[in-house]
Design a protein around this ligand. Structure first.
Ligand SMILES: Cc1ncc(COP(=O)(O)O)c(C=O)c1O
Length: 461
C-alpha cells in the first residue's frame, strides 16, 4: 500500500501551498483531536494553540455538537433557505439576542462569503435609498477578509493578491493602527484618533458620495495581531455615521469569545451596521457563516419586486450547520467560555511578557485568548526577523508539542508575527505550557544560524 504521504503529495493541494517534492516533509496528519489536543498518526500529542485556523473555540471532541449534527441530518438532511427550517429560525433568534436585538441574518458557508454578502447589501442598500453613486468599499492594509475575488479585493495583503489581480474594482485601503511600529512617542489615543482621521481623509478625498462601506476587524488577526488604541473604533464609527458610510465589522476571528467578549467590537461600545461571523460560530464543526444586518437596512429590501436581495447559495444556513451552531453556543454559554477566555487570556498575555527576555522578541500583544509575538532581528531598529527564524520558531514549538501560527503571505517583510488563538477551554496550566515552550523554542532559534534552517512553514490565515 502507498503511504498516505504519497497520495497526499500527489492528490491534495494544500492551503497556501503547491506541489511538494519528495524531499519536503508532509504536513501534520491530524488523526484524532480531543479538548485542546490533536494527535498525529504516530500518536504524538500537540496542544493546538491555534484552535485549527482560529476556530475550534469550544475545543475538540464535543459529543453534544456531533450529536446535534447527527440528529439534524436524520430529521431533515437538507432544506434550502428559499424555505424555512426550525434551526435557522432558532439560530437567527439567538444571534439577534447575543447582539442586543434588531438584527437579521444572511447565512452562508464561510467568512469570505459572509463578507461578500455584506458588500452586495451595502451597494444595493445605497442604490435603493437613492444614492447609487456609493459603491466603493474601504478596508485596511494588513487585514484579511477572505479568498473570493471580492473579499480578496477588500483584503489588504499584497502577497495574498499577487498574481490574482486585477480583482473586483472599488476596494480601497488605509493604514491600520500599528502602535508598535508607528505610534512612536505619541500618546496612544491621540495616535488612534490620527489613524481614524486618515480614514476620514480617504472618504473625503474619494468623495463621500462614492463610498458605500468601511470594513474592518476589531483587531487585525491573521494580518499580524494589530490591536488598535481604544480611541480608534469609536472614532471610526463616528466618521462612518457622519459621512453616511456603512460600517461592516468582520468578526470572523474575533467573534464568539475569542477576545474575552462575545464579539470583539463590544469593548469599543460601537454599533456596527453589519457584522460578518464564521469560524467560532460553529467552533469549526460545520461550515457556516452569517452576515448580521441591522433591521433598518433589512427594511430597505422588501421581499417583492426588484428591491429584494438577489442572493442565494445552496448550503448557506444548512440545518446541520445551524444545529451545530446552536449546540456550540450552548457550550460557550453554559461553560462560561467567554469569561474564561478573558481570565485565562489575561494570564497568558501577562506570562508572555517574559518572552521580552529573548533577543528575538520585539513586542507581545493580546486580548482574550488571542495573542501575537512580533519577532525582530534588532530590538532598537525593530527590523523584522528573517522569515527562516519565524519558520524555525514554529517548528521548534511543534517539536515540543505546541502548534502555533504566524501571519503568512501578508506584507513583504512583515510576516514576522507569531500568533496564538487556542481553544477557549484552555486552562492556566496549558497556558503556562504554551509560554514555556515558546520561551525554550525562541532560545533555540536565537542561538541557531538562521541560514541553516529550512523547515516546513506553517500557515494560518
Ligand atoms: C478576519 C477574517 N475574515 C474572513 C475570513 C475568511 O473566512 P473563510 O476562510 O471562512 O472564507 C477569515 C479567514 O481566516 C478571516 O480571518
Amino acid at each position: 500500500v502507498e503511504a498516505w504521504q504519497e497520495i497526499d503529495r500527489e492528490h491534495v493541494w494544500h492551503a497556501l501551498s503547491g506541489r511538494r517534492d519528495e524531499r519536503q516533509p508532509a504536513p501534520l496528519l491530524v488523526d484524532q483531536a480531543e479538548g485542546v489536543w490533536v494527535f498525529d498518526d504516530e500518536g504524538r500529542r500537540y496542544l493546538d494553540a491555534m484552535a485549527g485556523l482560529w476556530c475550534v473555540n469550544a475545543g475538540y471532541g464535543r459529543e453534544e455538537i456531533a450529536r446535534a449534527a447527527y440528529d439534524e441530518l436524520r430529521a431533515r438532511a437538507y432544506a434550502p433557505l428559499s424555505r424555512a427550517h426550525p434551526r435557522s429560525v432558532q439560530l437567527a433568534a439567538e444571534l439577534d439576542g447575543l447582539l442586543g436585538g434588531g438584527w437579521s441574518m444572511v447565512f452562508s458557508n464561510s467568512g469570505s462569503e459572509a463578507n461578500e454578502a455584506a458588500f452586495k447589501i451595502a451597494r444595493q442598500y445605497h442604490t435603493q435609498r437613492g444614492e447609487s453613486s456609493r459603491w466603493k468599499i474601504i478596508s485596511r492594509y494588513r487585514a484579511y477578509h477572505g479568498q473570493t475575488l471580492g473579499a480578496l479585493g477588500a483584503t489588504g495583503q499584497a502577497q495574498r493578491k499577487f498574481r490574482y489581480e486585477p480583482l473586483t474594482p472599488g476596494f480601497l485601503h488605509v493604514m491600520p493602527p500599528d502602535p508598535y511600529r508607528y505610534a512612536g512617542e505619541e500618546d496612544l489615543d491621540a495616535y488612534g484618533r490620527r489613524c481614524a482621521r486618515d480614514l476620514e481623509d480617504k472618504i473625503v478625498f474619494e468623495l463621500a458620495e462614492t463610498v458605500a462601506a468601511v470594513i474592518m476587524e476589531p483587531i487585525i488577526t491573521g494580518g499580524g495581531m494589530l490591536i488598535p488604541p481604544d480611541s480608534y473604533l469609536p472614532a471610526v464609527a463616528d466618521i462612518c455615521r457622519r459621512h453616511g458610510v456603512l460600517l461592516i465589522i468582520d468578526e470572523v476571528i474575533c467573534g464568539f469569545g475569542r477576545t474575552g467578549h462575545w464579539f470583539g467590537f463590544e469593548y469599543a461600545g460601537i454599533r456596527p451596521d453589519m457584522i460578518a461571523m464564521a469560524k467560532g460560530l460553529t467552533s469549526g464543526y460545520f461550515p457556516l457563516s452569517a452576515t448580521a444586518v441591522r433591521e433598518e437596512i433589512f427594511a430597505a429590501f422588501p421581499a417583492r419586486g426588484n428591491e429584494r436581495f438577489r442572493h442565494i447559495n445552496t448550503f448557506g444556513g444548512h440545518p446541520a450547520g445551524c444545529a451545530v451552531a446552536l449546540a456550540n453556543l450552548n457550550i460557550l454559554r453554559n461553560e462560561n467560555l467567554v469569561e474564561r477566555a478573558a481570565r485565562v487570556g489575561e494570564r497568558l498575555v501577562r506570562d508572555l511578557e517574559r518572552l521580552h527576555d529573548s533577543p528575538l522578541v520585539g513586542d507581545v500583544r493580546g486580548r482574550g485568548l488571542l495573542a501575537g509575538i512580533e519577532l525582530v532581528s534588532d530590538k532598537t531598529t525593530r527590523r523584522p526577523a528573517a522569515d527562516a527564524q519565524v519558520v524555525a520558531a514554529i517548528a521548534a514549538c511543534a517539536r515540543r508539542g505546541v502548534l502555533i501560527g504566524r501571519n503568512a503571505d501578508t506584507i513583504a517583510g512583515l510576516d514576522n508575527v507569531l500568533t496564538l488563538a487556542p481553544p477557549l477551554i484552555l486552562d492556566e496550566e496549558q497556558a503556562g505550557m504554551i509560554v514555556d515552550v515558546l520561551e525554550e523554542s525562541l532560545a533555540e532559534v536565537a542561538q541557531a544560524e538562521p541560514a541553516g534552517i529550512t523547515l516546513a512553514p506553517d500557515a494560518s490565515n
